[in-house]
Design a protein around this ligand. Sequence first.
Ligand SMILES: CC(C)(COP(=O)(O)OP(=O)(O)OC[C@H]1O[C@@H](n2cnc3c(N)ncnc32)[C@H](O)[C@@H]1OP(=O)(O)O)[C@@H](O)C(=O)NCCC(=O)NCCS
Length: 202
Amino acid sequence: MYTTDRLLLRAFEERDKPDILALYNDPAVIRWITKDYLNPRDLQYFETSIRPFIGRCFVYAVITTREFQDATSIQHPTFVGQVFLLHSMDTTKNRDVTLGIALRTTCQGKGYGTEILRFMIGHAFSALGMHRLSLSVFEGNKKAHQLYKTLGFVDEGRLREANRTPEGSWEDLIYMSMLEKEWRRDEGTLGDDSSIVIRMAS
Ligand SMILES: CC(C)(COP(=O)(O)OP(=O)(O)OC[C@H]1O[C@@H](n2cnc3c(N)ncnc32)[C@H](O)[C@@H]1OP(=O)(O)O)[C@@H](O)C(=O)NCCC(=O)NCCS
């Protein structure tokens, strides 16, 4: 498992299924993570699509808050979302993985996305020895696009009008990446994962 200041990133457990399905059924989340129809997803979809997807990831982590205890109470972990690094056929040769993240709506806007992505970027380059991190983001997802740029990702191309939005207009899919040398150059400003306890999450 991995920990950041406020969050725990751990392997998928069977009890996470309802939370993960709820994430995929939240229109404000699914809108930004698939080019597919935004259909309701049931347990069968979990078994035929989400579970195999988790299995294909190089790293897949369920994100929860960390348990917190003070003199009067214990705050138990709550589900925050998911983050992953996805293999491709050439990951071993080129040390290139695709980064993805989705947080439940109630957990957005608290800085969690920034915290997790800083960790995952540092982890991918320093612990996993990646050379390149890839991702894609819809043109309409201004918040995610801005966050990726802030963290050091660079636009490197776009699939024009590749996604039909729920409103019926067309938007581009923007491809972004970060190279190891860019991360090393900016390392001091992107955060430090040296205090993190690592156990592979899949
Ligand atoms: C995108 C996502 C991961 C960001 O995580 P988050 O925890 O909500 O983001 P943070 O709270 O860390 O804030 C990130 C930055 O976005 C900025 N931001 C917020 N709304 C914005 C907007 N409409 N336009 C541009 N930037 C915006 C914030 O100001 C913040 O930067 P700052 O702290 O320097 O001011 C999260 O919102 C999410 O999971 N969304 C749904 C799924 C998704 O879009 N996944 C990514 C697919 S590519």
